[in-house]
Design a protein around this ligand. Structure first.
Ligand code: BG6
Length: 477
């Protein structure tokens, strides 16, 4: 369904995110017919470019990052929608040109794909130049602060000129197909919800394992670490969606109210329930410390933890979270591990049979439900566990990669004015309020992360975290 006609201004329009994700994503939406005739995209950045120069830059970016669609004949049509304004975020240069370009009578969205230190200056100028109005939307990226104090300061800065319903804080995990499917599965089936509590669920595992290292982002990453980069936002959001109570309707505030309650019910994490790791060198790959050019870095590239939620539903069900770089596979999944059967009627069957609902975010998006059945054949009542596999691509007969990636879906939601998949200010603050003491504890103790082998499942201590509870992590394939 096409969205309303819009002008989307991307501050940082020449940057990495714009070239890799935002513009290729918009191009796909254009090809899908979602960008209504007349809608425009304005790149705004410091570089001294004109429209032609910008259009060429984005043409190249789409050729490099655009995926299968890059040769499409529609490219010219899309490129025609692009404009460029050279702008000085903290000065006056370019602002009247931008003001002339942006139209009054269409949906206006301003994407702040810039350092958070510029948010205030941009918000202020959009306001004083009369470019944004009470219905305009602004989109901001993570990192949204690096602790509670800085997140509050950013929220306050944005609140000076924009109301909460105008602010779209992106967490791209919320735009992933399976993450939304998680809500459909939980709240669209009668099957799961009655079992979704500590009477039936033994524990939940959330894994986001990456094979990549810190790449070219060493400077940023080394001041952040896995806790700030992944746990405070992406893993926290996944945990919220798994753990939240059913909202009365699938509306922005209803969903976010429920997520907020989960974050506020998180218990502080005990020190011995967290393992930090840092990847070591191998014969042919550099260590984390070399990658970030900081030989004394104590920053973690891996973290595993056991988290408890103090509420009626989850009182006895721990959540185990882990994420890391340079691990043995790229695998993100949430596994809901149900309790053992209390009693087996099958003589001689001593194996532990468990139902497990595994929700795969990537790759190979889908779910499988492990169930116990009789082993086929004449061997009597021998039980085996098999997965009921629902790979979305097979089930829906589409290509294995989803047609819409997280960014393009979220940007279209901005234009539609739907905030359901965006983080509200109080949610972000609550997540930091929970994360801060953990990080402060590490800093105060000068905590040294455990080294782990590249291509492994993380440090040995992460295995122990589970073993101590007589549980084990699922394999990372
Ligand atoms: C980003 C982090 O938010 O998410 C990166 O900053 C990480 O460090 C990335 O690699 C992972 O995203 P995805 O979509 O590839 O799982």
């Amino acid at each position: 369904i096409p969205v309303d006609e819009f002008d989307l201004v991307i501050f940082g329009g020449t940057g990495d995110l714009a070239r890799r994700k935002i513009l290729p994503g918009l191009f796909r939406r254009f090809l899908a017919g979602q960008m209504t005739e007349g809608s425009r995209i304005v790149g705004a950045a410091r570089s001294d470019l004109d429209n032609a120069g910008y259009r060429q830059m984005i043409r190249d970016a789409i050729a490099e990052f655009g995926g299968a669609e890059k040769d499409d004949a529609g490219l010219d049509g899309f490129i025609d929608r692009l404009h460029y304004v050279a702008i000085d975020a903290t000065g006056e240069g370019g602002w009247s040109a931008l003001s002339d370009l942006v139209r009054k009578d269409v949906v206006k969205a301003f994407y702040f794909s810039v350092a958070p230190s510029l948010f205030g200056a941009l918000a202020e100028r959009l306001h004083t130049h009369g470019i944004a109005d009470a219905d305009s939307r602004i989109v901001v990226e993570k990192p949204f602060g690096r602790d509670l104090a800085s997140a509050k300061a950013l929220n306050d800065t944005l609140a000076t000129h924009f109301s909460e319903r105008q602010i779209y804080r992106i967490d791209h995990y919320l735009g992933k197909e399976t993450v939304q499917n998680l809500m459909a599965v939980r709240f669209g089936n009668v099957l799961f919800e009655p079992l979704w509590n500590s009477h039936y669920v033994d524990h939940i595992q959330i894994t986001v394992a990456e094979t990549v290292g810190v790449g070219g982002r060493g400077t940023y990453y080394d001041t952040s670490g896995a806790m700030r980069d992944m746990v405070q936002n992406h893993l926290m959001q996944l945990l919220c969606l798994i753990a939240m109570e059913p909202p009365s309707v699938f509306g922005a505030d209803e969903v976010r109210d429920e997520k907020l309650k989960v974050i506020r019910a998180l218990q502080p994490v005990e020190t011995h329930h967290i393992v930090r790791g840092q990847y070591d060198a191998t014969d042919d790959a550099a260590s984390y410390r070399t990658d970030v050019e900081n030989p004394r870095s104590f920053t973690e590239s891996f973290v595993a933890m056991k988290v408890n939620i103090s509420n009626w539903r989850w009182a006895d069900t721990p959540f185990y979270l882990r994420t890391g770089k340079k691990m043995k596979g790229r695998a993100s999944e949430i596994a809901v591990v149900f309790k053992d059967l209390g009693h087996s009627i099958f003589e001689g069957d001593t194996a532990r049979h468990r139902n497990i609902l595994a929700i795969r975010l990537q790759p190979n998006e889908g779910m499988d439900l492990q169930v116990t059945i009789k082993e086929p054949g004449p061997g009597g009542m021998r039980l085996i566990d098999v997965p009921l596999d629902m790979t979305f691509a097979d089930a829906l007969g589409e290509d294995s990669e989803p047609a819409t990636d997280a960014y393009e879906r979220l940007i279209m939601d901005v234009i539609r004015g739907n905030q359901t998949l965006f983080m509200r200010g109080d949610e972000v603050e609550a997540a930091w309020a929970w994360t801060d003491p953990i990080i402060q504890g590490w800093e105060a103790r000068n905590d040294v992360p455990k080294l782990y082998d590249q291509g492994s499942a993380g440090p040995e201590d992460a295995m122990m975290l589970m073993h101590r509870d007589s549980r084990r992590w699922r394999d990372i394939k």
